[in-house]
Write a protein that binds this ligand. Sequence first.
Ligand code: BDR
Ligand code: CA
Length: 328
Amino acid sequence: METARIPIVLDVDTGVDDACALLLAATHPGLDLRAVSCVGGNAPVDDVVRNTLIALEAAGRRDVPVSRGAERPLLETPVDARHVHGTDGMGELGWPAAPTRVDPRHAVELLRDVCRSAAHDGMPLTLVPLAPMTNIALLLRTYPEVAQGISRIVFMGGGADVGNATASAEFNVFHDPEAAAVVLDAPAELGIDVTMYGLDVFYAPVVTRAEAAGLVALGGRGAAELGGRLIEFQCDRFDRDSATIGDAGAVCAVIDPTLLSTRPLPIRVELGGTWSRGRTIVDRRDWSGDLAHDPHGLAPTRVEVALGVDGPRCAGLWREALLAVGRA
Ligand code: BDR
Ligand code: CA
């Protein structure tokens, strides 16, 4: 018997590794990519839209609606990451623009519509934010009833142990901490299960330069070639022989949850702090004991925090999927 494809929606700030995630989500036979919403993050939102349309064009998916969302975080001043992702936000590959156009709906309205129709069909979808969560926070605050159309949220962001944007905080959460706090309240407030694919696992699934060359060799400006070139860009930028598939790991974990080891843990986002704003504070104490002396108490929300990933199997899933479409 054929297993049903998992309905999925991505929220992105494309972004080299967001593009890697889009290529997988758009082509994997186990997924049904319903829509993509864009937000300012790694690059300004108009660049993000252009890059997203390019990735979907390479994947042969002109049918997927792409919408433009928030230009800036709820409170913070936007700070992009073009020093990591290149001046165009997607690896400076000189790839031609896609002929497709952006959906006329704002990202929040597109997300609302796909969630409502998923609820109507009785097939709730998996929402995968891979960027600052401004669009998602606006969606949940404006249309909380969409929770009925969301089976789970698997987001890339945060970290139990490490930061990258600062010593404390991961980029997506640091960029819009208030938005992340709204989304992390979703298990308690809206009954949505949330999984955090954070920096504790983000760097482990890697593709080597030689493996990337194998993808590039398939050519034709398709998903395999673009994926390979994005890995090569990162290898060059960081002077390494391999590079992480980054955000794409979160999509791999939707396809095969056994790739991750997770624990349901109380979590809060630091919204104050001098050096710690945007940190995800993951409570790993033995909180079965007496917490009467902790003035903060237990966080009201618990999230499945990814603490381990099978890196080789995860990167293998991504690579094999692109090789398969490249050879088809
Ligand atoms: C995250 O920030 C961005 O640079 C990447 O696309 C990823 O989503 C890693 O901190
Ligand atoms: Ca991203």
